[in-house]
Design a binder for this molecule. Structure first.
Ligand code: ATP
Length: 230
């Protein structure tokens, strides 16, 4: 569904990504892990049209993503939950969710409330007054309001307690099964590999390893560098 082929990108003259090859299939959860500064956020920005590629291609269901505006990429069916959630803190949860569906005129909150029932009693609460975990659920729910076929989530666990992270990560298989593939960028490598079917390890702007998440969990290099084992 999403195909990244030989993609390089950066900021001005500073190159951050080299020759990236990556794909996400339908109803699949794929994790992208790697050390700080490796370029994970930059890669998500490339996929959502915020950062252009300097070479290579990004296609979604055969349509070129590169060269499109952020709005056009959303219309293609790609949704981006950015690092730090970026909710409208002064607006209610209901209004944050409605804004997520605004472009496609999707107003029905039921499907996302089924996934995150805890938000139901918070619809009238100002988003900025919720806990970090509730805000992350709201950010993911908002991203789902546009009925995307691919959702990219950057640093899902940022600032959250492990038990809350587990609670949110447990929802991802349901999201994938409902028709929205997930590309997850996550510092908690263990959790990221356990929930995904496949994963990529990005190091200094290059894909250093990729494969079935199950295999990467037992890979010696991954265990030593990212799981604190070995
Ligand atoms: P982290 O896990 O710390 O968020 P990351 O893997 O997501 O790291 P990026 O945020 O993509 O990495 O950063 C990759 C490189 O690009 C870093 O060297 C960073 O300083 C640089 N960079 C990020 N954003 C910009 C920007 N807007 N302008 C210039 N350089 C940037």
């Amino acid at each position: 569904m999403l195909e990244v082929s030989g993609a390089s990108a950066g900021y001005g003259r500073v190159q951050v990504l080299w020759d990236i090859e990556l794909r996400v299939d339908e109803r699949e959860i794929v994790s992208l892990v790697g050390p700080n500064g490796a370029g994970k956020t930059t890669l998500l920005r490339v996929l959502s049209g915020m950062v252009p590629v300097s070479s290579g291609t990004v296609t979604f269901r055969g349509d070129l993503v590169n060269g499109r505006s952020v709005e056009q990429v959303v219309e293609l069916g790609i949704s981006h939950v950015p690092e730090g959630r970026r909710l409208f803190p002064g607006l209610s949860v209901r209004d944050n969710l409605r804004l997520g569906g605004w472009r496609g005129k999707h107003t029905d909150l039921e499907p996302v409330l089924e996934l995150f029932p805890g938000l139901t009693t918070r619809l009238d609460q100002v988003a900025g007054s919720m806990s970090g975990g509730e805000q992350q659920m709201c950010a993911i729910a908002r991203g789902l309001m546009s009925r995307p076929e691919l959702m990219m989530i950057d640093e899902l666990s940022l600032g959250l307690a492990p038990v809350v992270v587990d609670e949110i990560i447990e929802r991802l298989p349901d999201i994938a099964a409902s028709g929205t593939s997930v590309l997850l960028v996550e510092q908690d490598v263990d959790a990221a590999l356990r929930v995904a079917a496949r994963a990529y390890v990005l190091e200094t702007g290059r894909i250093a390893l990729s494969g079935k998440a199950q295999d990467l969990l037992t890979d010696q290099r991954v265990q030593e560098s990212y799981l604190g084992l070995g």
